[in-house]
Design a protein around this ligand. Structure first.
Ligand code: SF4
Ligand code: SF4
Length: 364
C-alpha cells in the first residue's frame, strides 16, 4: 500500500517522471553536472515510484517516463525489470505512454538495441557531433575521446531504430561547429536532432554576437535536407516553427518543475527536473522522498520559474521564448526565474531563424 495519498493536482494531460537509475557513469565529460557516485536505485524504490505514477496519473494523462543517470545502461538489468513492472501494471495504457532512455552511447550493444526496439523505448544518445566537437568534452576518465565508439553505436542503433535521436550540447568552444555537427548527424542518417547550449558555460558577448550567423547556417542545412527528401527534425528550428505556427507555448509544453514533472534520484529523492538531481543530497532542489509521506502541497506547488526579468514582460517574443525553463535559468544565473543574457540572445536568434525559414519555405 502507498503511504502517499493521490494528489489533487491537474497535470494538464501530461505526467513526466524520470528515473535516475544510477549516479555511476563510465565517462568523465568536462561539463557534467551530475555528482557521480556508486549509488544505484533499489527495486523497492523503483516500485514506490511506479506506484506514485499510477496513483496520481489520470487515465486521460499521457505518461512520459524516462531513464537517466549517470549512465542508465550500466543498470540495464534494473531498467528491464522496471519496464516490466510498468508495462504489467493494470493501469498501463501503451497508447498513453512514452518510454525513453538517455544514454552516452558508449555501451550500447546488440542485445540492448534489440530490447529497446522490441519494447518501443525511444533512445536519445548524447553526442556533440563529429570528433572535433565530441572529443573536446566527452571523454573517458583516461582522457580518450568517445567519438569512434559513439559513432559506431549510433549506426548500430539506427539500423534497428530509425528514429533514434541525438542531443548535442554546444559550448562557447564548439559553437562554431554547430552547422558541421548537423551535417555530420544528417550524414549518419539521424532524423531527430536536439541542439542544446551548455547552460553552465561562461558565454560572453562575443559568442552571443555569433549566434545569428551560426543558427542561420544550421537553417541552411535544415532547408537543404528537407529539399533533398531527407527531412529531419532539428529542435532549434522545428520547435520554434511549431510555436510560431500555433501562437506560442501551450501550458503542457512548458517545464512543469514539480507540477507534473518529477525526477527521482537513486535514493528516492524527488526533484523538479532531471537536470536538478545534481548531488542527490536530498536538500538542494529536493521536493521530498518517495519513501516518506510526500506533501501534496510541496510536490504540487512546484518551483516558480516564471521570468522575473523586467524586459520580458513587454517583449513581443515572450510567447515563443523559453525564458520559463527553470533549470536553464538556475544553471546560468543561480535563480530559477532569472534569465541570462545568453539565453535571451539565443532565444531571439532562434525565433528569428525560424521566421526566416518559414519565409524562405513560403517563397520557394
Ligand atoms: S555521460 Fe552524462 S553523466 Fe556521464 S560524465 Fe558525461 S554528462 Fe556526466
Ligand atoms: S527574448 Fe529575452 S526579453 Fe524576450 S521574453 Fe525571451 S528572455 Fe525575455
Amino acid at each position: 500500500m502507498s503511504n502517499n495519498p493521490p494528489f489533487s493536482f491537474n497535470f494538464n494531460g501530461l505526467l513526466k517522471c524520470t528515473f535516475a537509475l544510477t549516479m555511476r557513469c563510465n565517462l568523465a565529460c568536462d561539463y557534467c553536472y551530475i555528482d557521480k557516485s556508486d549509488s544505484v536505485m533499489s527495486l523497492s524504490t523503483a516500485e514506490r515510484i511506479i506506484q506514485f505514477i499510477f496513483d496520481n496519473a489520470r487515465p486521460s494523462d499521457t505518461l512520459d517516463i524516462g531513464f537517466f543517470g549517470g549512465e542508465p545502461l550500466l543498470e540495464f538489468g534494473l531498467l528491464k525489470r522496471i519496464v516490466e513492472l510498468i508495462m504489467d501494471h493494470g493501469s498501463f495504457n501503451p497508447e498513453k505512454a512514452r518510454l525513453s532512455v538517455t544514454s552516452n552511447g558508449t555501451i550500447l550493444n546488440d542485445e540492448i538495441v534489440k530490447y529497446l526496439s522490441e519494447k518501443q523505448i525511444s533512445l536519445c544518445v548524447s553526442c556533440d557531433g563529429p570528433p572535433a566537437a565530441q572529443d573536446r568534452f566527452r571523454h573517458f576518465p583516461n582522457g580518450e575521446g568517445t567519438s569512434t565508439i559513439v559513432e559506431k553505436n549510433l549506426k548500430r542503433a539506427l539500423e534497428a531504430m530509425p528514429f533514434t535521436s541525438v542531443n548535442a550540447v554546444y559550448s562557447p568552444e564548439t559553437l562554431r561547429f554547430l552547422p558541421e555537427t548537423v551535417s555530420y548527424f544528417l550524414s549518419l542518417g539521424l532524423r531527430k536532432i536536439y541542439l542544446s547550449p551548455n547552460i553552465s558555460a561562461r558565454w560572453t558577448q562575443k559568442e552571443a554576437a555569433l549566434l545569428s550567423s551560426v543558427y542561420s547556417a544550421v537553417a541552411e542545412q535544415y532547408i537543404n535536407a528537407n529539399n533533398s527528401g531527407r527531412s529531419a527534425f532539428i529542435s532549434l528550428i522545428d520547435s520554434k516553427i511549431s510555436l510560431l505556427t500555433q501562437g506560442g507555448y501551450k501550458p503542457a509544453e512548458r517545464c512543469k518543475m514539480g507540477k507534473g514533472e518529477y525526477a527521482f534520484g537513486p535514493s528516492g529523492n524527488v526533484y523538479p527536473c532531471e537536470r536538478l538531481i545534481g548531488f542527490d543530497d536530498g536538500k538542494t532542489h529536493c521536493l521530498g522522498n518517495i519513501h516518506s509521506e510526500l506533501s501534496s502541497n510541496k510536490m504540487c506547488q512546484g518551483v516558480s520559474s516564471t521570468s522575473t526579468n523586467s524586459e520580458c514582460a513587454e517583449c513581443t517574443l515572450k510567447d515563443y521564448c523559453m525564458n520559463w525553463c527553470g533549470c536553464t535559468n538556475y544553471y546560468s544565473t543561480g535563480r530559477y526565474s532569472t534569465v541570462s543574457a545568453f539565453t535571451c540572445s539565443s532565444e531571439k536568434a532562434a525565433i528569428k531563424t525560424a521566421l526566416d525559414v518559414i519565409q524562405k519555405t513560403q517563397e520557394s
